[in-house]
Design a protein around this ligand. Structure first.
Ligand code: GLC
Length: 802
């Protein structure tokens, strides 16, 4: 028999009630039980919201979701024991007694179901949804979570935490993205739990019956997604938003440490990159640029002329990013503190006094970024930075981190005029700080794109900010964990992420740095950073060999920038990540979840990266189905097989997928602004037709929103043996004037047409199997050497006007 809420609050209230009646509402139904209402609403044909609440006490999150239900056709069937709602993609079956839900895909296969015996359960304010574990079910995503690719058998919680030197299995760490994807024999589905209170996910941990998700308080409010993994990510990012196109300079290499000072040291490091011809775009300033760590101030002794320093850096092709922490030092006479008090922007205790917490500057107040007036105040404050020419802002310590790591739970947040305490607001604070920084910088910069980086996060923050994975450790295992964190964030709608190359805590050794910077070149956000009092960690700090390796891979990143920027554009339009876990394209291939292979990923759709531990000389890697080319030698391999290979330190295991189209800037020099005039297109032979959209714009303004870009669809069609370079569209004048095409894996005369024109003179390529890219490696020459080798065959490449 159903128990009702007459029971004491900590006694389970099982199954959320028996359905007494229901109403048809727009795009769905409202179900009523003795305990709750449930709105079941189709947002799209493949996205269903299930919102359980107590009438007049609904407690939801206003920040993550930005879409409203679309108008779609659904059918509703009311039978004796069930109600069924059906769109073109999903059928939701609701059992009436006790209420519980099952989801079927368009072929009628059961893809997800509540555990009928446990259903939805409340204990006091805590609410849990229990889902039946499916045979062979795997769980991926959930954002920045440690552990393996497949989260089966593990439990996690979301409670944004300053996790200095976190362990390989520590949980929680900095960010909360309560969105995961389930994969099993019958199909795939996604679930996003839109609730900012502390939440818990159990993927069959300590039980063999259910997966579950719980919230400490607030409503059970979740969205169900159906379709392939790719489709689920597209729909999740449709619902919660996608990243805006970042400034191109932010995709270059960024050099950071805690901290470069004084200004001369910043200039020295920057100049050294130029002298050594290692390409770079950004110098990052950590907390020592400030006067006693006071935000919006400069240390007058060490940085007497910030404007002059920023200009001098600009003159040698650098942008500058500065750290911005939320703690505002309590100090009479400090204008930021005084204006914050007078404009009433700080977080308060219930008795109205401002909350004080200790962090770098000493005792601080903290702006309430869930309040519009505080966000407007931040815009004014940030002006002192944007007026200096700064466009990049690194938001740190925004969990909120304070010494003691125990943010009081009774702090009051405005929550857009619907006051809430820390319990509801902690997980959203970093998001609102990053949002405020983005909106403030965008407003102040008048047409230039800002770059925002955050540590704490919640679902939806991808609309405003990139993320780095906090204070990692200088070990090989941490490097590989970092890869999985980035891939998992990518599965969770967050495309622009990375980790501290070289490891933040501890001293990096030379092999580790070499391996890490190689992976970094294939990570969306590419920045080296290390802690105060740790060993020097610049590309030249580990001896000549590692310097050369670092230079080669940093410069390779720049050569591949047209590929990278085009993937970023694709990501802004689809939500699909830049670093694609193999679970996106090979979801049902059991091998990719194995410990040996779970770190592998695709950079864009065409380059497979197989990270290797820093002290490993041999790597067992897995090539999924299809054909693959060794990136450096062009040797081809059939997929669906494991490969064991020895790898010298200078070689990151990289493979290119057959039919790939990869644009390269062979003449790039210094930074992302200096691309040269030549574009190379590398075409890899294959059986499948492929298209690639080349994208270019000014890299820094919003003019692209008005069509000021250069886009071209490039198509490779093996059946008609044609490569077609599509017409350019958009009004941006490309900086490229010449195109050179390089063919990989073709035989002579195998490709007949380019752009529909019969070509006799051309073509074919390689194999360049006797070519050893490492023999005489000199800085920045990987791609050049491939090209040189290719041009030795003369007719292998073609030049024509772009
Ligand atoms: C935090 C950040 C780290 C930064 C340090 C000093 O630990 O995570 O990146 O260097 O604070 O600002």
């Amino acid at each position: 028999m159903l128990k009702t809420n007459n029971f004491p609050p900590d006694t389970p209230l099982k199954n959320g009630g028996i359905l007494s009646n229901h109403l048809t509402i727009e795009s769905g139904v409202q179900l009523r039980t003795s305990s709750f209402y449930y709105d079941v609403i189709f947002y799209k044909s493949d996205v269903v919201r299930v919102h359980q609440y107590v009438p007049d006490q609904s407690d939801t999150d206003p920040y993550a979701v930005i879409e409203n239900p679309m108008e779609i056709q659904i059918s509703i069937v009311d039978a004796e024991e069930i109600i069924a709602l059906e769109s073109d993609d999903v059928k939701v079956q609701i059992n009436k007694s006790p209420i519980h839900f099952s989801f079927y895909d368009k072929d009628g296969k059961l893809i997800n179901a509540d555990d009928a015996g446990l259903g939805m359960e409340c204990q006091g304010t805590q609410k849990t949804v229990y889902k039946l574990l499916q045979e062979s079910e795997k769980f991926i995503g959930l954002g920045e979570k440690t552990g393996g690719l497949n989260r089966r058998g593990k439990g996690f919680q979301n409670w944004n935490t300053d996790a200095f030197a976190y362990g390989l299995d520590d949980d929680p760490i900095y960010a909360s993205i309560p969105f995961y994807i389930g994969i099993h024999n019958q199909g795939t589905y996604g679930i996003f739990l839109d609730n900012t209170y502390k939440s818990y996910f159990n993927f069959g941990a300590s039980n063999n019956r259910f997966s579950s998700f719980s919230v400490d308080a607030g409503d059970i409010d979740y969205y169900f997604f159906s379709g392939s993994v790719e489709n689920i990510i597209r729909s999740y990012t449709w619902l919660t938003g996608r990243m805006p196109l970042p400034p191109l300079w932010s995709l270059g290499y960024q050099q950071c440490r805690y901290s470069y000072y004084p200004d001369k040291e910043v200039m020295n490091v920057a100049q050294k990159f130029r002298q050594k011809n290692i390409f770079i775009d950004v110098m990052v300033l950590d907390i020592h640029y400030m006067d006693q760590y006071k935000i919006f101030s400069w240390d007058e002794r060490n940085f007497p002329d910030p404007r002059g320093m920023i200009k001098a850096l600009e003159d040698i092709g650098f942008e500058v990013v500065v750290i911005c922490d939320p703690g505002i030092k309590i100090e009479e006479g400090y204008h930021v503190y005084e204006s914050g008090v007078s404009e009433d922007v700080f977080l308060k205790y219930p008795d109205g006094s401002c909350y004080e917490g200790k962090v770098w500057p000493g005792w601080c107040h903290f702006p309430d970024f869930t309040k519009e007036s505080a966000r407007n105040w931040w815009t004014k404050m940030l002006k002192s930075y944007t007026d200096l020419g700064l466009k990049g802002f690194w938001n740190d310590m925004n969990e909120i981190a304070t010494w003691g790591n125990m943010l009081p739970e009774n702090i009051q947040f405005s929550f857009e005029g619907k006051p809430a305490t820390t319990r509801k607001s902690r997980n959203i604070y970093g998001f609102q700080m990053a949002r405020s920084s983005f909106e403030s910088a965008k407003e102040n910069l008048k047409g230039k794109r800002p770059f925002i980086l955050t540590r704490a996060a919640f679902a939806g923050i991808q609309r405003y900010s990139a993320l780095w994975t906090g204070d990692n450790v200088a070990t090989s295992d941490h490097m590989l964990l970092g890869v999985r964190l980035v891939n998992s964030l990518g599965l969770s709608g967050f495309a622009y992420t990375g980790n501290d190359i070289g490891g933040f805590c501890g001293d990096c050794d030379s092999r580790l740095f070499a391996r890490w910077i190689q992976i970094g070149a294939f990570t969306p956000f590419f920045r080296s950073h290390s802690m105060i009092n740790s060993k020097d960690s610049e590309p030249w700090s580990f001896g000549e060999e590692v310097e050369e390796i670092s230079a080669n891979y940093i410069n390779l990143r720049y050569k591949l920038m047209p590929y990278t920027y085009s993937i970023f554009l694709y990501s802004t339009e689809t939500g699909l990540p830049v670093a694609r876990s193999l679970a996106i394209d090979y979801s049902h291939d059991e091998n990719i979840y194995k410990g040996d292979y779970e770190n592998q990923y695709l950079y864009g759709k065409s380059i497979l990266v197989a990270p290797i531990g820093s002290h490993d000389r041999y790597l067992k890697l897995y090539l999924p189905k299809g054909r693959w080319y060794d990136f450096f030698t062009d040797k081809s391999f059939e997929g669906n097989q494991e490969i064991m290979k020895e790898y010298q330190l200078e070689e990151l295991p990289l493979f290119v997928k057959s039919s790939a189209i990869i644009p390269v800037y062979p003449e790039v020099n210094r930074n992302t602004k200096e691309k040269g005039e030549l574009l190379e297109l590398h075409i890899y032979n294959g059986e499948e037709a492929n298209t690639f959209e080349y994208y270019e714009d000014d890299g820094m303004t919003y003019d692209h929103e008005n069509g000021v870009y250069h886009r071209r669809i490039i198509t490779f069609d093996p059946s008609s043996k044609a490569l077609k370079i599509g017409e350019a569209y958009g009004s941006y004048e490309s900086s490229i004037s010449k195109l050179k095409v390089l063919f990989h894996g073709f035989k002579a005369n195998e490709l007949d047409k380019i752009d529909g024109i019969k070509t006799e003179s051309y073509v074919f390529v390689k194999p360049i199997s006797d070519f050893d890219p490492y023999k005489d490696t000199t800085q920045g020459k990987f791609i050049d050497e491939v090209q040189t080798a290719a041009t030795e065959y003369k007719r292998e490449t073609m030049m024509f006007n772009w």
